[in-house]
Design a binder for this molecule. Structure first.
Ligand SMILES: [Zn+2]
Length: 362
């Protein structure tokens, strides 16, 4: 072979290899349990931040999270989402700007919300409680894990101990590290061993939900070690602190989750397996109330507004729209079919109810 042809052949094969790799998009789905769109888009709530029923030290909390404009307030609460993500991605669900995201299930609490997000379809007949029962519906995690292309390349991490049932770990074969579970296996990293030591020594405020840092770092270690292609990380603190009526802890948890999401983004960008080739989708399982004021603590079908949610997308294949400021209506049941399509699981996509999320708008 003449040198020039050799060089061309090498370049060509390199290019083909690159193309094959970039088409193979990885997906990280993240949920923040019960985080209201109101805080996401307008920052700390003026009525709650100064209410001593819900805040221990209103002066300190205002110093940290109160600013005169809603744009500044949301920026201080979610610095990563309102800088990097607002520049590069899309934030849907600011109802003040006519962008609406809603649940299609009518339960407005967690299991039905996660079922809808993960299966692409509400199931108000069978998913009617938060009890620990194996989900009869197949999640997108299970569908991917049962496909030869993704078998063994799917993993889920959650702070709430019901996730192994929502994902139906037994039937789906998707490993779910959730609740107070430790990392298992005979190839644990030093950090996983340390997390296993630490988690039982840091008591959670709640019986069924661990602190999000454990969920997060178990996920980080697993991602580094095994390079899954579809990852689900379900943070939980925001909902539990809200139920406890602690608005200060709710805001602190929200800000902390923003930093955890930033870490996941930086992790993917520092690893050639994921770099510039990973789609992030972030949402919540339900909203919470606003009127009367006390209903911010709760949700469920009797709470006005608890079916209002939000959706964020950034990374591979997402056009930079920033905060969506146009009349639109999205639903939580669109997330699973969108992931299914991106992973090329087309037969399964057609069985889901939701349309695709418009990630590419131009
Ligand atoms: Zn809740």
């Amino acid at each position: 072979m003449k040198p020039i042809f050799f060089i061309l052949a090498v370049l060509f094969s390199f290019n083909v290899h690159l193309n094959a790799q970039t088409e193979n998009t990885k997906v990280i789905l993240i949920t923040l349990d019960g985080l209201r769109w109101q805080e996401l888009f307008t920052g700390a709530d003026s009525l709650l931040i100064s209410n001593t029923d819900f805040v221990n030290d209103t002066t300190a909390l205002k110093d940290k999270f109160w600013r005169d404009s809603s744009l500044e307030r949301r920026q201080v609460l979610f610095p990563f989402l309102w800088s990097h993500v607002a520049e590069k991605g899309q934030l849907h669900g600011n109802r003040n700007l006519d962008s609406r995201v809603d649940l299609t299930n009518t339960m407005w609490f967690s299991y039905p919300g996660y079922n809808e997000i993960l299966t692409g379809k509400a199931d108000d007949t069978r998913i009617t409680s938060n009890d620990k029962f194996p989900n009869p519906n197949k999640t997108i995690l299970e569908i991917a894990n049962k496909d030869l292309r993704y078998a063994g390349k799917v993993a889920a991490f959650g702070s709430w101990d019901v996730f192994p049932y929502i994902v139906n770990e037994t039937r789906s074969g998707v490993p779910v590290n959730a609740g107070f579970k430790l990392a298992d296996g005979d190839d644990l990293t030093e950090r996983e061993k340390f997390l296993n030591q630490l988690q039982p020594k840091v008591p959670s405020p709640w019986g069924t939900v661990r602190l999000d840092a454990f969920t997060h770092y178990y996920a980080v270690e697993h991602i580094r070690k095994t390079h899954p292609e579809l990852i689900y990380v379900a943070y939980g603190e925001t909902d539990d602190f809200a139920h406890d009526g602690e608005y200060d802890a709710y805001l602190n948890a929200a800000q902390n989750t923003d930093s955890l999401i930033k870490e996941l983004w930086e992790l993917t960008q520092s690893d050639p397996f994921y770099k510039d080739n990973t789609l992030f989708l972030i949402t919540t399982d339900h909203g919470r109330g606003t009127q009367p004021l006390d209903t911010w603590k709760g949700h469920g079908s009797s709470v006005n507004g608890a079916g209002q949610v939000w959706l964020i997308a950034f990374g591979k294949g997402v056009s930079a729209e920033g905060e969506v400021a146009k009349n639109e209506q999205l639903y939580s049941n669109q997330i699973a079919p969108t992931i299914s399509t991106i992973l090329g699981l087309n037969d399964e996509t057609t069985k889901m109810e939701g349309k695709l999320v418009p990630l590419k708008t131009n």
